[in-house]
Design a binder for this molecule. Structure first.
Ligand SMILES: [Zn+2]
Ligand SMILES: [Zn+2]
Ligand SMILES: [Zn+2]
Ligand SMILES: [Zn+2]
Length: 479
């Protein structure tokens, strides 16, 4: 099969690769997405993370991509490209319902990459420094400082600018020292008397400042009814840290109250009791602020300024409320996709643990086998040694046996010869006796025969002496 690699997606010309995509079966394309999802999780260790950084660099360095060329890409090819560029796995989800053109817009930073927000950017054609940088920043869901988005928008962990409605994480703002004591833009405009500076937030986008006590009050009024004890603890902790350096009375009171409420929650006081107290404090601070401003108005412009402030406050509150309602829907949508991602991550984690256990088990087995092999080797060496010894013994025994059998054979031969000698001797004696008898009977009649007999006797005597000599020779080597 014409295999497509992730690096091909990052590098190869769009149209040529699109036709290769069209030739692949759907299952193969799903496998390719799963492969990239795994790289994006980074769970495979530093090598995988390096691979992702490389892919992203390759995509970012390309000069051949345009909205028109991406519109001609294969759908899966485009999803993979967007996921590489944004680093967001959600674009690889099987149930993703985003049009091809919306994906192209996400790729070219004209649509928010947050699937739960997905608005056209820059929002309201904002021309602030951050939005006009066209780096994919979305002022309706992302933090001005870190560029990230999450699902905590209805909490004290996000603060909005009263002037430009851009959002910032309170933690990011505290780290960047953009939450300090000072005078908010509205108070400056109102030209109120020089009261003690309050806690304010300075917006990076427009440079405006927003007061924080009223903001905290609005967040608590709009959202605290849904909070459980853990959420309330988190919110109180944010308040405690935000109002820590307060110099004005109300800020100090709120800081103390947050601190005290945390203690009380820890010692078992009910969430509703603690909330009621906080709301009472917010109410008191509101009355005090109203008193202060009405005093101010006596000095400057009494009725009109007062109603203008009330209007602005009302407007801010209603804006907050409408944003809050929108955000709740967004959060729900985003939470669903997050949950499915979480589940996937959890599954992978479980698989990883199982694989680790399995690997551990195999390693133990290998170690056991190695020990057994070492034992067997030692045994084999021992047996080899014994076999060598036995072979040496056998050789010795064979040598001894050979020597013995040679001796036995020699003995046998000598005995046999002796026996034959005795037989020959007996024969010789018998013939000798016979000749003697014949000789005695015939000497009287035939002198010629007498001569023949003498010859035979001489011959017999000679052969007998020769045999004796041979017998002496054969028996000689026997000890
Ligand atoms: Zn902006
Ligand atoms: Zn957005
Ligand atoms: Zn942030
Ligand atoms: Zn602003």
């Amino acid at each position: 099969m014409d295999r497509i690699h992730l690096r091909d997606i990052a590098q190869a010309p769009i149209e040529a690769l699109a036709s290769r995509f069209h030739a692949q079966p759907d299952e193969y394309l799903e496998e390719l997405k799963a492969e990239l999802r795994e790289v994006l999780t980074g769970m495979g260790g530093p090598r995988q993370r390096e691979e992702f950084v490389l892919l992203q660099k390759l995509v970012q360095a390309r000069g051949d991509l345009s909205p028109a060329s991406l519109m001609r890409s294969h759908r899966t090819q485009l999803e993979l490209l967007v996921a590489i560029k944004t680093g967001i796995q959600a674009f690889l989800h099987p149930d993703i319902c985003v049009t091809q053109s919306a994906l192209v817009e996400v790729f070219f930073h004209t649509r928010c990459r947050n699937m739960a927000c997905h608005v056209q950017i820059p929002v309201d054609d904002c021309s602030c420094e951050v939005c006009s940088a066209k780096t994919g920043f979305c002022s309706s869901c992302m933090c001005l400082l870190c560029g990230k988005f999450d699902f905590d928008v209805n909490t004290c962990r996000w603060v909005g600018c009263d002037s430009c409605s851009h959002w910032t994480h309170t933690d990011c703002a505290m780290r960047a020292r953009q939450i300090t004591t000072g005078t908010s833009s509205k108070k400056k405009k109102g030209g109120g008397a020089a009261a003690a500076p309050e806690m304010i937030f300075r917006c990076r986008a427009c440079g405006g400042t927003s007061e924080l006590l009223g903001w905290a009050r609005d967040v608590f009024r709009a959202c605290s009814s849904d909070w459980d004890i853990n959420e309330l603890v988190r919110e109180l902790d944010s308040l405690r840290r935000i109002f820590h350096g307060s110099e004005d009375q109300n800020g100090k009171k709120l800081h103390e109250k947050a601190h005290e409420s945390l203690e009380r929650l820890r010692s078992g006081t009910d969430v509703s009791v603690v909330l009621k107290e906080i709301h009472r404090l917010f109410q008191e601070t509101e009355v005090e602020e109203a008193d202060d401003s009405s005093e101010d108005k006596k000095v400057v412009e009494p009725q009109e300024a007062c109603s203008r402030i009330a209007e602005v406050v009302k407007e801010a509150v209603s804006k907050m409320e409408s944003v809050a309602a929108e955000k709740v829907v967004d959060v729900k949508r985003a939470r669903l996709s997050l949950e499915s991602c979480d589940r996937e991550v959890e599954d992978k984690r479980r698989e990883l643990t199982e694989l680790q256990i399995e690997r551990q088990r195999k390693r133990q087995q290998i170690e056991e086998l190695e020990t057994i092999i070492r034992l067997k080797q030692a045994e084999a060496e021992m047996f080899q040694q014994r076999a060598d010894e036995a072979r040496r013994d056998a050789d010795d025994l064979q040598r001894i046996a050979l020597a013995k059998s040679e001796k036995v054979e020699e003995e046998y031969a000598s005995r046999y010869l002796k026996l034959r000698l005795n037989e020959a001797e007996a024969e010789r004696r018998y013939l000798f006796e016979k000749i003697k008898l014949q000789e005695m009977s015939r000497t009287q009649n035939d002198p010629a025969q007498m001569v023949t007999m003498c010859k035979i006797q001489y011959l017999l005597n000679r052969s007998s002496s020769k045999r004796d000599a041979t017998a002496m020779e054969t028996s000689a080597p026997t000890p």
